[in-house]
Design a protein around this ligand. Sequence first.
Ligand code: UD1
Length: 429
Amino acid sequence: MDKFVIRGGNPLLGSIRVSGAKNSALPCMAAAILTEDEVILENIPQVRDIETERKLLTSMGAEVELGYGRAQHRTSIRCAVLSDPVAKYEIVKTMRASSLVLGPLVARTGLARVAMPGGCAIGGRPIDLHIKGLEAMGARITQEHGYLEARADHLRGAHIVWEKISVTGTEDLLMAAVMAEGETVMENCAREPEVTDLATLLTAMGAKIEGAGTPTIRVRGVEKLHGARHRINPDRIEAGTFLIAGAITGGDLNVANCEPAHLGALLSKLELCGVRCDVNGDTIRVRSEGGLRAADISTEEYPGFPTDMQAQFMALVTQAEGTSVVAENIFENRFMHVQELIRMGANIRVDGRTAIIQGKTQLSSAAVMCSDLRASASLVLAALVAEGESILDRVYHIDRGYERIEEKLRSVGAQIRRLGEVFGKRAAS
Ligand code: UD1
């Protein structure tokens, strides 16, 4: 089992580069199902979830080339024939975002069989709203033997009002709507940049979409989509994690190749904490000479403070003077990192969906367990500032969404090494 060994105490200095957004790349890869032509995606991150999606598409009959190089991370996907429109349990169980193929598969082949995603460390995460939306578009949905089957000779446009804002739900139904008959109007949609990224690709493929990035999206169905080339947005969560890494270690770090406009909520909270962030084009310079101040956050849908940054922010405020309150409003069980942070010396009390952090506490190294993707990132951050050598177990969680995080952090002065196999190549140590 892979582990990270991290010795805390080094300020991070220099420049660190952000990869493409995993959560944009996943729906964009699924969008390739909608055409028999080639779809080329650039700036694909080299992370395990992308490899899982490649397996998923290949198992359905798609031809997928995935290449990583110094200059270019890209994939070429051609779904000329989809002989087996099934998302098998073995694949879905490792990545819930597999439900993103539901909409495009029904739209393209009239049939989709997708294993029901199980529970997940951060909560139940149902897909009932994806199902409701597809039914409104005329799909017949049945559930048997752990699989969900959707059938429709052709989907028709519908008026869908999301009861709850869902990112992958909005993306799934957007992909269903682009080839449906007539107009689809979706209200209360997710406004995340990943939805906009997908809409940009779909538009390049010939789709007629208005309003992506706003609560109301209108789609005029077209008969056919064609191939396209698209560059994936930078990953705002990876960028945010590096900003906090710079701040928590009292460093001076340039976070390069990011999109500052997608980081507004985090940047204003960092400022409240006394962290200096200077934006220059696609680079943010983060500086902190210690003396962090407490700040409260409350997770919300975009453009609010992202739930995917909550765990990392909590690690930061363990180092801030005063009381910080962190409220998690998106997922019901997203405090898995708290017990591990407490084991490292943090003073945190959880009351339902709220955590109260009393700072500043000197963290000390410990052996800790990663439980999910972003919780793991928060433990890396805590270990970077803890006294002594921490050992993080189960870092495969972090490989799902961060591209070679240990190499990137080491290049700016962190003392971090991996025991085990690096995703994509053998470990040096
Ligand atoms: C996506 C992101 C994830 C992020 C989350 C919230 C991807 C691949 N993942 O997850 O990193 O943490 O957005 O920003 O993009 N819900 C329902 N029924 C549904 C769908 C969702 O009740 O059919 C609920 C969920 O349980 C949750 C809330 O809606 O409480 C938001 O979830 P959602 O936006 O769907 O999260 P994901 O799209 O799965």
